[in-house]
Design a protein around this ligand. Structure first.
Ligand code: SIN
Ligand code: MN
Length: 269
């Protein structure tokens, strides 16, 4: 599946692109059943909310799960990613962000690329995120908010927040509610003065592509509706991270950089 010229233009203007209902109910059933099963398993890339027991995110599922791996190889995700980075791609990161009903916590304003650049040595923002809604995303359950066009500001340097809690691995601060590189209020206000806020919503199966430098955030989920999303980050094969001496764990920075050969439409079923 290729993006049209209008869709490409919209992505480069806004920094994100909505693709409504990209997955069928049958495919969502497969994915949701797999994610439910992964939620029950102990894995190094599991992250909990501050209450210590609500699952906040699972990382690196494509390494262990055949279904998650097949999802990342579907032509309808890989081909647009290749168009956007103008190169072959591989999976840099795979995560499920849960935002559980009533207790799913905040994602403060940030750009993704600052993590990949500062922590991993990714040379350029030649990557893209594909966020697949596993649940309906509505105005109540903490939709991801974007500042339209803010990717054009490039990487905004911010000081790293003070260090991790005792006994916590360093990478946890990259994915917790207390983010390491959050944009401050004045930076966000300046971006919003230039571009409007947008919060794509839609039924399960809707997919949003977004740029590594777009400013984004999501509020806590106070509603009774869970808001699980899968986010696959595709990186250009020509843009591999340079920090090879002390890389973050494989569930955050995939080691398999072989270009993906796209799978046919029915590969999940
Ligand atoms: C969220 O799940 O709301 C945040 C996703 C992200 O920051 O990439
Ligand atoms: Mn992010």
């Amino acid at each position: 599946m290729l993006l049209t010229a209008d869709q490409l233009k919209q992505y480069w203007t806004d920094g994100f692109l909505e693709l409504p209902e990209l997955f069928s109910q049958a495919e969502l059933d497969v994915l949701k059943a797999e994610v439910s099963s992964l939620m029950q398993q102990d894995s190094p890339g599991r992250v909990f909310e501050k209450d210590g027991h609500t699952l906040r995110a699972l990382h690196g599922c494509h390494l262990a799960s055949a279904q998650c791996n097949r999802l990342t190889r579907l032509a309808r995700l890989v081909e647009p990613a290749m168009q956007l980075v103008e190169e072959s791609v591989y999976v840099y990161q795979f995560k499920v962000n849960f935002k559980a009903a009533f207790v799913g916590d905040v994602w403060r304003w940030h750009q993704d690329y600052i993590y990949w650049h500062n922590e991993d040595g990714m040379p350029a923002p030649s990557a893209t995120n594909a966020m697949v809604f596993l649940d309906e995303v509505n105005e109540f359950n903490g939709p991801l908010m974007f500042v339209r066009g803010s990717h054009r500001a490039g990487l905004i340097e911010v000081a790293a927040a003070s260090k991790t809690a005792a006994g916590q691995a360093g990478w946890v601060q990259n994915v917790s509610a207390d983010l390491k590189y959050a944009l401050d209020a004045s930076a966000v206000a300046a971006l919003v003065a230039e571009g409007q806020l947008a919060a794509p919503k839609g039924s399960a199966g809707t997919t949003v592509l977004f740029h590594p430098n777009i400013a984004h955030a999501s509020a806590p989920n106070l509603s009774p509706f869970s808001r699980a999303v899968v986010i696959v980050t595709y990186n250009s094969v020509a843009n591999q991270p340079l920090n090879r001496a002390q890389p973050r764990p494989e569930f955050l920075v995939s080691r398999d950089v072989a270009p993906i050969a796209p799978l046919t439409a029915d590969a999940l079923l």
